[in-house]
Design a protein around this ligand. Structure first.
Ligand code: SAH
Ligand code: DHB
Ligand code: MG
Length: 223
């Protein structure tokens, strides 16, 4: 199904609009050297996340699923002085690689990596009255997508935005009998549809990371 032109067009987009980036390339190298899976967002998607954060003037960002911090760096770079990104990761080895990458990116003072199962961390954050966040990026274990959406919604301000990665999965999202990751994507669509406080859509993407998609939802209401 994958078309080699998808990757070539991503190369073109990076060449024209993004350019070489030693810090992000070093992060991907460090991830590979540490044996992390190459399931980071693509450069074009990373910049898209970054621009989304800037478009809404995000000062407080929450990320669920850090891996080596590649998307965290893109999002963290969108923060104004005094802004903060909290990113949640279950694997201490991933978190350690991410912290080093984030430090190298000069974002150690703005980005905090918290280790633990994200549902537990989110519950603790909610209990501690953390937030509200302006932007949430959900990109961890897919079966928990709807749970992360629920927790995120409780800590996102009206007008805030919730994004979720990998909701198309090579088109398999339309297979009602799909695997647990497909079920996770479908549960997210159902949860957005059923939640009057959210208005959402999803955009399919092709590129260096194949055929997938990102969901976006805005929290409705007056700030
Ligand atoms: N956002 C990253 C990619 C994240 S990959 C990027 O684009 O650069 C998904 C990450 O979620 C992995 O590092 C995985 O260890 C983590 N993860 C899986 N289950 C989790 C859980 N229950 N809680 C927190 N993190 C989890
Ligand atoms: C997977 C996870 C991701 O976050 C991603 O972008 C691609 C693949 C996975 O678990 O297979
Ligand atoms: Mg992803």
């Amino acid at each position: 199904m994958a078309d080699e032109r998808w990757g070539l067009v991503d190369d073109y987009i990076v060449d024209r609009l993004i350019g070489a980036d030693a810090v992000l390339e070093a992060a991907l190298h460090a991830n590979a050297a540490a044996g992390l899976p190459a399931i980071d967002v693509s450069a074009a998607q990373g910049k898209w996340l970054h621009l989304t954060a800037r478009m809404i003037g995000a000062r407080r960002i929450l990320e669920v699923g850090t891996l080596g911090g590649y998307s965290s760096i893109w999002l963290g770079r969108a923060l104004p002085a005094g802004g903060r990104l909290t990113t949640l990761e279950i694997d201490p080895r991933h978190a350690e690689v991410a912290r080093a990458n984030i430090e190298r990116a000069g974002l150690g003072d703005r980005i905090e990596v918290r280790v633990g199962a994200a549902l537990d961390t989110l519950a603790a954050m909610r209990a501690a009255g953390e937030g509200p966040f302006d932007l949430v990026f959900i990109d961890a274990d897919k079966p928990n997508n709807a749970n992360y959406l629920r927790e995120a919604l409780a800590m996102t301000r009206p007008g805030g935005v919730i994004l979720c990665d990998n909701v198309v999965r090579g088109g398999r999202v339309i297979d009602a009998a799909g695997d647990e990751n497909v079920q996770g994507a479908r549960a997210l669509f159902d949860a957005i549809a059923a939640e009057p406080r959210l208005s959402g859509t999803a955009i399919q993407t092709v590129g260096a990371k194949g055929w997938d998609g990102l969901a976006i939802a805005i929290v409705q209401g007056v700030a």
